[in-house]
Write a protein that binds this ligand. Structure first.
Ligand code: FUL
Length: 492
């Protein structure tokens, strides 16, 4: 008997391991998009002449001397973002007013003409150093619309100013994980003194194919954000939430027949849900500011979003497979105001505590239809290891199935986390979750579009010793990487 045991064991193992992985389904994420997905939350920082003029969109005629943040402290700002649980920042290096926060060679309208450090300052470099010290990722936003430049509207603006600015940013301040291409385009402005309205054709003016080729060449691991992507799409609102159903796949459609969907030129509202059968992997980013405005305004000091509101936004963005991009607004000193710092800190604490303990850990998992009957490679145990890419898979033909967690004792939870291994595409359409209560299964939740991350925030606490996941609809066989139960931390 004993002699037979080892060869039999080896045979079973080799059969199990020889089971091929499920075939990928539909469009797939790139390396940069996987990195972005794992980032989950980052902050976009608006700071510049508008901070001193109390505006949201500077006209472009602002005197550079007004920019003088005597206490500017990138470590304070990036540190507050980090305490909030954010993993990166996007620096608005140039907003629509055209003022550059780094000493660029492309325009006089830059920090070297300001009072900051007697014209020797470089805000981008200070953010870069702070990110390096704090282990935070960095991205850049350089507004295509430039209300200062006399050349705006002419082809030379794109080739000699805008693209050169991107090149400077990528070569001096990388690595960048995201390059943010804003959709606001053309209108009135200073334009070198012309003070007029300049309209551009947003589908052609910026020559996006050639412009995007620059980050592709210089920052190949960065994702490119824009209204249409090409890597990360705008969610279609600035309220910070994705659709209840939100697909990572998307096909940009031009609003006008016969036009190419360029950046800033798409049916924005389709970004909220994306498309189940979208041609491309272009997940959504949800941008929203911590205050009502993107720039600092003193009269908004008491209107900073609360940790509770941030939690809701977290579930409505990150919890729906999108990323959350929260706007921070340093004040005239060059610091984040204390209310902003406190709100970020408390939000970060609640978040950390909520997800510190997966209550499903230690459960016995019973899965129907595990691929190849294998308990290791595609086994259900992979659902509890916190790895986004080790996964439980079913046999090719199995698109609906169920899986039970026996928790061995009553556990109380109010958040459920599901993730697919998105390296194999977005496969699951719908799920339902049941808890064993009063001697029977009772449905407690359902959800659509799982993807890279799906958080279900239950309306109240559930106490149960068994929880069941039912996959009710999928396009192909299942490749689920996470099934977690959490209890939201109390307010601090
Ligand atoms: C918008 C801009 O017009 C706002 O000023 C801000 O920068 C926001 C993040 O993007 O399109």
């Amino acid at each position: 008997m004993k002699k037979l045991f080892l060869p039999a064991f080896l045979l079973i193992c080799s059969l199990a391991f020889s089971q091929p992985a499920p075939r990928p389904y539909g469009p797939l994420p790139t390396k940069g998009q996987l990195n972005w997905q794992e980032t989950e939350m980052y902050c976009i920082i608006h700071f510049g002449p508008d901070t001193y003029t109390d505006k949201e969109w500077g006209f472009g005629d602002e005197e550079p001397g007004i920019f003088n943040p005597v206490q500017f402290d990138a470590m304070q700002i990036v540190g507050a973002a980090k305490a909030g649980g954010f993993k990166g920042i996007v620096v608005v290096a140039k907003h629509h007013d055209g003022f550059c926060l780094w000493p660029t060679k492309t325009t006089e309208h830059n920090i070297s003409k300001s009072s900051y450090k007697n014209g020797k300052g470089d805000i981008l470099q200070e953010y870069r150093d702070a990110c390096n010290k704090l282990g935070m990722k960095m991205g850049v936003y350089c507004s295509p619309w430039d209300r200062n430049s006399a050349l705006y509207g002419k082809p030379e603006y794109v080739t000699e100013v805008y693209r050169k600015q991107l090149e400077e940013l990528y070569s001096h301040y990388g690595p960048v994980f995201i390059s943010w291409f804003d959709g606001a385009n053309g209108g009135d402005g200073y334009y070198g003194g012309a003070k007029e309205v300049r309209k551009i054709d947003r589908s052609t003016y910026y020559g996006w194919k050639d412009t995007w080729a620059i980050p592709r060449r210089m920052q190949p691991n960065a994702v490119l954000f824009g209204d249409v992507g090409p890597d990360v799409r705008w969610v279609g609102n600035e309220k910070g939430h994705a659709g209840e159903t939100c697909w990572a796949t998307y096909t940009p459609h031009a609003p006008d027949e016969g036009k190419e969907p360029g950046n800033g030129y798409t049916k924005d509202y389709e970004g909220t849900e994306g498309h189940r059968d979208g041609k491309y992997w272009i997940p959504a980013e949800c941008d929203v500011s911590l205050r009502p405005g993107w720039f600092y305004h003193k009269d908004q000091d008491e209107k900073v979003k609360s940790p509770d509101t941030l939690m809701s936004l977290y579930y409505q963005s990150v919890g729906r497979g999108a990323c959350l991009d929260l706007g921070l607004s340093p004040d005239r000193r060059g610091l984040l105001f204390e209310n902003d710092v406190n709100s970020l800190k408390q939000f970060g604490q609640i978040l950390k505590q909520t997800f510190a303990v997966n209550l499903a850990k230690g459960a016995t998992l019973k899965a129907s239809n595990t691929r190849g009957g294998n308990k290791v490679k595609f086994g259900a145990a992979n659902l509890l290891d916190n790895d986004r890419y080790s996964y439980w898979a079913t046999d090719d033909k199995i698109k609906t199935t169920e899986l039970t967690l026996d928790l061995h004792q009553n556990k109380t939870f109010n958040v459920i986390r599901l993730r697919e291994n998105i390296k194999l595409g977005q496969r699951i359409d719908a799920v339902a979750i049941d808890a064993w209560q009063d001697g029977k299964w009772q449905q407690i939740a359902s959800a659509t579009s799982i993807g890279g991350n799906r958080l279900i925030r239950l309306p109240g606490d559930i106490t149960a010793n068994k929880v069941r996941l039912r996959i009710t609809k999928a396009a192909v066989c299942i490749a689920l990487s996470d099934f977690g139960l959490y209890k939201e931390a109390n307010k601090i």
